[in-house]
Design a protein around this ligand. Structure first.
Ligand code: SF4
Length: 225
């Protein structure tokens, strides 16, 4: 159903629905967190047949439809969900515990390497509280377009939590899951515990890049299929 809805959306990627890509809006429709009328383009008379077709499809289906298998690219582990950005954000959020004493404030741009990950990330700070830093990823490509002196170097940070919207099977608070952050440059499956579920958003804590076995019940979408 996801592919059919993607094909019926206008494809302008204009962002007026609050999502930067029509594909992300399509997922929010399937998750029942948004409705087709939130796309102003679909409200035009020339798109009324497409809007009606989408509404008919959604009315017949419950939320969260497994369609394919999810797996990481590096280790090929299966995952329960793909984690996408919150509405109006560019990547899902990460909560960091820095080991450095560099002071940061909201809107600062930082460079850090997550403990256990070989890739240096560039991110914008959203919030700081109790020595924890909440960020959204904006790089590494930003290093080419941003003056390096404007980037605060935090060195290695422990990633404690992820937050975003999700695509995949239904989740329960308290369960341990495997997930694939959509922005992960290595497309590596992470694990963690679901601590909050609200309106299609999930917060996952105790993040681990070491993922153990591959239970057959798990798995949903391989975004590279
Ligand atoms: S408003 Fe409509 S056309 Fe624009 S990005 Fe959202 S779904 Fe796509």
């Amino acid at each position: 159903m996801l592919e059919r809805i993607k094909n019926l959306l206008p494809g302008f990627n204009c962002g007026n629905c609050g999502y930067t890509q029509c594909d992300d809006f399509a997922r929010s429709l399937i998750n029942k967190t948004e409705n087709p009328s939130q796309c102003p383009v679909l409200l035009r008379p020339s798109y009324s047949a497409d809007k009606k077709a989408i509404e008919e499809m959604l009315s017949k289906e419950p939320a969260f439809h497994p369609v394919k298998i999810i797996s990481g690219v590096i280790d090929h582990y299966l995952a329960d969900i793909i984690l996408h950005p919150l509405k109006n954000e560019k990547s899902c959020r990460e909560t960091l515990l820095p080991f450095s004493s560099v002071k940061v404030e909201p809107d600062d741009v930082i460079r850090y390497r997550p403990l256990g990950c070989p890739i240096t990330h560039i991110a914008r700070v959203i919030d700081t509280e109790h020595n924890l830093i909440t960020i959204v990823i904006i790089g590494p490509q930003t290093t080419r377009s941003t003056d390096a002196t404007e980037i605060l170097d935090l060195g290695i940070c422990m990633v404690l939590a992820f937050q975003g919207t999700y695509e995949g099977r239904s989740l329960k608070v308290g369960e341990t899951i495997r997930f694939l952050p959509h922005h992960c440059m290595m497309q590596k499956v992470h694990s963690g515990v679901v601590v909050n579920l609200e309106n299609g958003n999930v917060r996952i804590e105790i993040i681990d890049l070491k993922v153990w076995s591959m239970p057959e019940k798990s798995g949903y979408i391989n975004r590279h299929n």
